[in-house]
Ligand binder design. Structure first.
Ligand code: PTJ
Length: 246
């Protein structure tokens, strides 16, 4: 990182800031992404900037769900590409789930740049909206999808959403897994599985859990999925934020 020493007490947080700023400079991340990131930082601060038990349970359920899916797809936007591009590629390979670029703030140039960026991180294939295929029940730019990707998926991983597509996908009967530091957001509430954690911490854990489940077939995937209580886990995250406890 440019001028922040690793010994700095806020190094991790500052490193992520730099990654988002670099994403904007590279034309991968929307300027709106800076605002979204700042909001995430505030929530992260309030949950103690660590992966809490509610997130571990959700990560377990997400790993089980991705591996049980007929056709899982990982949706990538400008923020997640900048923060966890490499990890998304690794998750895609481990879970055999294609990456699909799907962004809220319309820009075909940014779509192409995100795709190139993911290929630089090792992705062999990145799906892009074909410009004509649309997800029904959605008015935003996120309605444009790839016919063999999100449109046909049964389980869709959509970290850092703004809620509209999550709702549309749920109405279509799809399972939606999200990562969102705000347990009160529309996405967090509407998704099937919500990991309330920083995407930069959650992704490495999710990858290693997926790998563990692949390697050890004795782990009961069903019980991991059953242990996930959506309302209860969101309430735990909200209570932590409201308590202001250290
Ligand atoms: O690249 P685009 O055009 O698709 O735009 C992406 C953003 C993120 C700008 C767009 O989806 C957006 O505006 O999202 P929102 O409505 O700001 O929602 C993003 C959610 O992610 C908020 O609830 C934030 O608290 C949360 N968030 C932000 N940073 C992180 C995060 N959650 C987990 N990890 C983070 N690092």
């Amino acid at each position: 990182m440019s001028d922040v020493p690793e010994s700095h007490p806020r190094y991790q947080s500052l490193r992520l800031r730099e990654a988002i700023v670099a994403g904007v400079d590279a034309g991968v991340t929307s300027p709106h992404g800076l605002i979204a990131h700042g909001r995430g930082e505030a929530y992260d601060y309030l949950i103690g900037e660590q992966t809490a038990p509610w997130a571990v349970t959700a990560i377990d359920a997400a790993a089980a769900s991705l591996l049980r899916a007929r056709h899982p797809v990982l949706s990538v936007n400008g923020n997640t590409a900048a923060l966890v591009g490499e990890e998304l590629v690794a998750l895609s390979q481990a879970a055999k789930a294609p990456l699909e670029v799907n962004i809220f703030h319309t820009s075909s140039d940014r779509e192409r740049r995100i795709s190139q960026f993911l290929r630089q991180q090792g992705a062999s294939e990145v799906l892009l909206p074909d410009g004509t295929t649309e997800l029904p029940g959605l008015d935003s730019n996120r309605r444009f999808v790839h016919p063999a990707g999100i449109l046909d998926a049964d389980v869709i991983f959509v970290p850092l959403e703004d809620g509209d597509r999550c709702e549309a996908l749920r109405r279509l009967g799809r399972q939606v897994i999200t990562v969102d530091l705000n347990p009160l957001s529309r996405t967090a509430r509407t998704a099937s599985i919500t990991i309330v954690d920083n995407v930069a911490r959650a992704l490495p854990r999710l990858i290693s859990r997926v790998q563990q489940l692949i390697d050890d077939t004795n782990i009961d995937r069903q019980s991991l999925a059953d242990a996930y209580e959506h309302e209860q886990l969101l309430a735990q995250a909200e209570a932590r934020i409201r308590s202001g406890a250290d």
